[in-house]
Write a protein of this length. Sequence first.
Length: 202
Amino acid sequence: MSVFPPLFIRQLSVLILLSIILSNSAIALESIAIFASDNNLNVGKHIEWLEDPDGIISFDEVRQLDNNSFTPSEGHTFSKGYTSVSYWLRFELDFKEDSLNKKWLLEVPFPVLDYVSLYSPNGDGSYLINQTGDRLPFKQRDMDVTNFVFILDPFPQKNVYFLHVRTQDSLQVPLTLWQQEAYPKHNAIVAGWQGVYFGCML
């Protein structure tokens, strides 16, 4: 016979159930709402990551993993210092109806990464892969710019993207979502400051 009254046991069961629900919701992938009025957004603080020490985890395996397999990012830029370990990153973009008429770009402004692969949803449950990186031919890039920039083709639902990164040097993955029409001005400003910097170094 239980030493606890039935009411206490029921209340305890409810508290345990609520804690499980809250725990699961806390680790669920956070979605980023995208509106037409957004010129650019920092994606880095919304990502989750998975370490792939031997570089053997396939994309099909990664996309089947549950939320507990990923670790939420703790800063605006995912960074692991000097490492040769591969990492999987994932993030969810929720393109609102007014944003679907705009063109969008995903920029990785750290151009010394050896290999960067973006897996983008195709609208039918499948994914498209776009591979680039410092070790791959420049002509493979979506845009003829110094940083890695991917052209996105969003759909009217929550879009979960995966990024696989591998390098032999410093691993930093800053991620910025740009409205395409706002990016050329930004890129021109960055290129101008780079020109001033290298000019001063001569």
